[in-house]
Design a protein around this ligand. Structure first.
Ligand SMILES: [Zn+2]
Length: 359
């Protein structure tokens, strides 16, 4: 078992799941709700918060913790992944160069210039406890030249990020936040290993598995994840960025990853897709390949008259106080409390899953 992570905002037992509060909020639920279901830490996105409400507003609020009333640890993602996927969808939105990323706001034409240094400064303005270096993201399917360039930039940008954080901490005399780097290299073994070795030589508090995390068929990139985990020291915290699905989490945990974040459980909840342990599934630690959970599609007509809970044995507010029939009804009439209850149930499922993995 890996040692607990000690970010500035407190201790995180690992493995840990950090729900995505991308824009400083988990949609439809309050900080009290999150605490009540046992959530210990959150992930926000520095790139999105820079766009709206803007770094000045965040700073004026006294940082992201006070802004959103969350006193637990907060990890801020750099936004390298988001800016890459937005530019990939529409090349007119910007360009990724050797020393910077230029992004144009589609609605206003406003131009953002992201450098490794600027992204560290931005995350310091947010006051997050774990910072993530700007990286140059790729798709696992991208050609080798692109993967090579991505690794070269990612390592160079990580070094500049490390230097900038150390300089800022010394200048400001502040308690240093943790800094995570991101390993790129696509599905090419020697590049993934080279990137992990070079980042580890610079020295970071944790390492994210970067790039699009799934293969074209939706399966986990098991081999690339294994190369990275094997190359890094066993004690180095490993973050499976954007992963995910409960069975993917179990697989990645078995490979040595201990920090997870994903928008999936909250997004699925809003779409009425609720996770439930299969009978006996909540009693033992799931192993890779185990069929330990199922998804209840609460919109299905069969739940209209189902007066049982979403999951027998779940202690969340949705399961202890309400029935599947009630949730089905709330979704049907478009009542927003349906999304809140469903989100709390799915987050509670993840908290319980991670308690099993810690056993
Ligand atoms: Zn529940």
């Amino acid at each position: 078992m890996t040692d607990p992570l000690q970010p500035r905002g407190g201790t995180l037992a690992v493995p840990t799941f950090l729900p995505d509060a991308t824009r400083a909020g988990v949609r439809g639920v309050s900080s009290d709700d999150l605490r009540a279901v046992g959530v210990e830490g959150l992930v926000v996105n520095a790139f999105h918060l820079m766009r709206r409400p803007g770094a000045r507003v965040m700073q004026g609020a006294g940082g992201v913790h006070r802004f959103m009333d969350w006193d637990g640890p907060i990890l801020s993602d750099s936004g390298g992944f988001q800016v890459w996927s937005l530019i990939r969808q529409d090349p007119k939105r910007g360009v990724i160069r050797d020393n910077e990323v230029i992004f144009r706001e589609p609605s206003t034409g406003e131009k953002w210039n992201l450098t490794p240094e600027r992204v560290i400064q931005l995350q310091l303005q947010l006051g997050s406890d774990v910072l993530v270096c700007l990286d140059d993201c790729t798709d696992a399917e991208a050609p080798p030249e692109e993967q090579e360039r991505s690794v070269e930039r990612t390592v160079r940008w990580a070094r500049r990020s490390r230097e900038e954080l150390d300089r800022q901490v010394a200048q400001r005399g502040i308690d240093a936040p943790r800094l995570f780097a991101v390993v790129q290299g696509g599905a090419i073994e020697h590049l993934r290993r080279q990137c992990a070795v070079e980042l580890n030589a610079i020295g970071f508090d944790g390492y994210g598995f970067g790039g699009w995390p799934l293969a074209a068929d939706g399966s986990l990139l098991v081999e690339p994840m294994r190369w990275v985990a094997e190359t890094l020291p066993p004690s180095a915290p490993k973050h499976a960025l954007g992963i995910g699905r409960p069975d993917h989490v179990v697989n990645a945990f078995a490979l040595g990853y201990s920090i997870f974040d994903c928008a999936l459980p909250t997004r699925d909840a809003r779409h009425g897709r609720l996770y439930a342990f299969r009978p006996g599934g909540a009693d033992r630690r799931p192993t890779p390949g185990a069929d330990f959970y199922a998804a209840v599609r609460i919109h299905d007509p069969e739940y209209r008259v189902d007066h049982g809970p979403i999951e027998d044995g779940c202690d969340c507010v949705a399961c202890t106080r309400h029935s599947r029939a009630y949730l089905h009804h709330l979704f049907k009439v478009g009542d927003h409390s349906a999304e809140r209850l469903a989100t709390l149930h799915n987050l509670r499922f993840y908290v319980r899953l991670f308690e099993l993995l810690r056993r």
